[in-house]
Design a protein around this ligand. Structure first.
Ligand SMILES: [Zn+2]
Length: 256
């Protein structure tokens, strides 16, 4: 998808996808740009305007979840058939679901997962027609959010060998400093995540961890698009490590 809101298009098959950045939005100050998150201290009207701009860009309503660093997956229910008779006014607002991944086989909505240093992971099986978006931070990744997402995709008919993935902009293994015990714990649970910052202290490489999870689940290595910028180093993106008071950008995809 070529779009002014997209920093670099994800390589993924069977879906229209993008990663947003800061450019293109109406938020100001610390949240300046296309902040998509409520509850981060931004002006609510600006957030709604930003979400509307993105929905217009994608051409479908956006589905967000309330992200809580869990491994819980929200499977979007099949499209509801309207009750007989003329629609009476606006539909009731959909309840906000707590989850850190969204899965669907619907084509009428776009899935949006918000991040600012955590990994936005987009998945699509073009054969089965199933798409997913996951929020994989340290906790979610170690707790199995990607495995849980793939399991729900398979319940809708997706197969790992047909699935393509894009791991978007996130803090890199040379920037994500953590205490040494945290690095040891993560490396024990997910080999490949241990890293060192560019200034020589313990760090985690969540992107490498996500790639190894996806490969272990059966995705072909060449089907994983993992080359995206570091959010701490690249100021086109929100970074929680750069500034605790900031916005969130998103990985977005819609089944083609
Ligand atoms: Zn970095």
């Amino acid at each position: 998808m070529t779009t002014p809101l997209s920093a670099r298009a994800p390589r993924i098959r069977g879906a229209r996808a993008l990663f947003t950045g800061r450019p293109g939005g109406v938020s100001t100050g610390e949240h300046a740009g296309l902040n998509l998150a409520r509850h981060v201290g931004d002006d609510e009207t600006a957030v709604e305007r930003n979400r509307a701009l993105l929905a217009a860009e994608v051409g479908a309503p956006l589905v967000f979840v309330e992200q809580v660093h869990s491994a819980d997956v929200h499977v979007l229910p099949a499209q509801e058939v309207p009750a007989q008779g003329p629609a009476s006014g606006d539909p009731a607002p959909a309840p906000v679901v707590r989850a850190d991944a969204i899965v669907t086989d619907r084509t009428d909505v776009a899935l949006a997962i918000m991040v600012a240093d955590c990994l936005p992971v987009l998945l699509s099986d073009p054969v089965a027609g199933v798409v997913a978006a996951s929020h994989a931070g340290r906790r979610g990744l170690l707790d199995g959010v990607l495995e849980a997402t793939l399991a729900e995709m398979s319940r809708l008919g997706a197969r790992p060998e047909d699935t393509t993935a894009s791991i978007g902009p996130a803090i890199c293994g040379a920037c994500y400093e953590v205490p040494a015990p945290m690095r040891e714990d993560a490396a024990r649970r997910l080999p490949g995540t241990a890293s060192t910052t560019s200034w020589g202290t313990p760090a985690l490489d969540l992107r490498a961890g996500a790639v190894s999870v996806l490969c272990a689940a059966g995705l072909p290595a060449e089907a994983i698009d993992a080359e995206h910028p570091c959010t701490l180093e690249d100021e086109r993106f929100y970074s929680y490590r750069r500034s605790a008071r900031t916005g969130r950008f998103a990985g977005v995809l819609r089944r083609a």
